[in-house]
Design a protein around this ligand. Structure first.
Ligand code: G6P
Length: 366
């Protein structure tokens, strides 16, 4: 109803703007980095584990892909991420010391539940759920779990569910790192400080909405778009493309920018906007040379970057700068920009944003 929506036009917009609150709530009880955040008994499970297997669908799968970068780099534990509907029917090689992490906003996605049960049957009893619904089937069958506090998500396309999953997964990476002597007290304090600053930093990205609306109006007339990112920001590009597909019905694909030359470059023309996620990290120079290839072929570039990313706007290059450089947590901030771009493109196209055609909020059948 209008009362619930307040100043917003759709639940999706409301939920996008709720994210600083959702992240703050998710962190509210996190007084330190400790395994117990994931339940009694997590201490043993997190120490025993030699590897991590993440199972999920949709946006939750992209949260898992992001977590792979975090866990491998912070904790030096090998991580595999699998789409639940693939994993459950695959002859994979089970390792009993695997921590199996199921990620699901709803906790009711049939494929994710079945994949987790399959993993257990394969002899992997260390299971952990990351979920937004305390009463869900997933939480009921996983004594070890972390509950995100996004609050009820109504828009079919996940927004606050996704970013709070990222927060939970970052905490998991930190706990695993700590258990392996890779997080001393000082590093722990710094990480907590960075996490607690997130809501404010997220607010600064949401304030870019007017600039993003201007881009969205240009996007609305297109039928195809390409999203590029590298490293930790490749999953952000995937999520950006998924959001655009889901709610604006524009065909969008994401590529790790280094793969451009192995295919998608053939599609680049002025009719296909190219969105790049370009934080000022160690891959920026590589990414810039990828972007140069797009520009040289007449592609229109829309670059989300950091204040100091040294990307110069030109005829075919537009840039929106995020105000803060956020290191490892940067994907959370860039995701907000992706959500706003998809949302406003869909608004300009007049689609049914909160209930896109053919899609369901949670897919409880196979
Ligand atoms: C549906 C929703 C997506 C969501 C996916 C996984 O496809 O439309 O937004 O990411 O299910 O849902 P889950 O509840 O398991 O995270």
């Amino acid at each position: 109803s209008a009362v619930e929506l307040g100043p917003y036009r759709h639940y999706m917009q409301k939920e996008i703007f709720e994210q600083p609150r959702a992240v703050a709530d998710t962190l509210a009880d996190v007084l330190g980095i400790m395994p117990e955040l994931f339940g009694d008994g997590a201490y043993q499970a997190l120490r025993q584990t030699g590897r991590v297997l993440i199972l999920a669908c949709g946006s939750s799968y992209y949260a898992g892909l992001t977590a792979k970068y975090w866990i491998e780099s912070l904790a030096r534990v090998p991580v595999e991420v699998e789409i639940a509907s693939e994993y459950r029917y695959r002859d994979s090689i089970p390792h009993p010391d695997t921590l199996v992490v199921a990620i699901s906003q709803s906790g009711e996605t049939a494929d994710t539940l079945a994949a987790l049960r399959f993993a257990r049957e394969q002899g992997m009893p260390l299971n952990l759920a990351i979920c937004n619904v305390a009463t869900s089937a997933l939480v009921r069958e996983c004594p070890l779990h972390f509950l995100t506090r996004a609050g009820m998500e109504i828009g079919v396309a996940s927004t606050k569910g996704f970013t709070t999953q990222l927060v939970a997964l970052y905490l998991l990476a930190l706990c695993l790192a700590q258990g392996r002597g890779r997080l001393d007290d000082q590093a722990e304090l710094q990480q907590l400080k960075a996490l607690r600053h997130l809501p404010k930093a997220m607010g600064a990205v949401l304030a870019l909405e007017p600039q993003i609306i201007a881009w969205a109006e240009r996007f609305a007339g297109k039928e195809h778009a390409l999203f590029l990112g590298r490293g930790l920001h490749y999953p952000v590009a995937l999520e950006g493309a998924l959001k655009l597909k889901e709610i604006s019905y524009i065909h969008a694909e994401a590529y790790p920018a280094g793969e451009l030359k192995h295919g998608p470059l053939a599609l680049v023309s002025e009719d296909m906007p190219v969105v790049a996620v370009a934080p000022n990290d160690k891959l920026l120079e590589k990414l810039k040379s990828n972007l140069h290839e797009v520009g040289a072929r007449g592609g229109q570039l829309y670059v989300f970057c950091d204040r100091d990313s040294a990307i110069e706007p030109a005829d075919n290059i537009s840039a929106i700068r995020l105000t803060e450089h956020y290191g490892a947590l940067s994907p959370i901030l860039y995701t907000l920009a992706m959500q706003l771009l998809a949302y406003h493109t869909a608004v300009a196209r007049g689609t049914d944003i909160d209930k896109p055609r053919n899609l369901a909020k949670s897919v409880t059948v196979e």
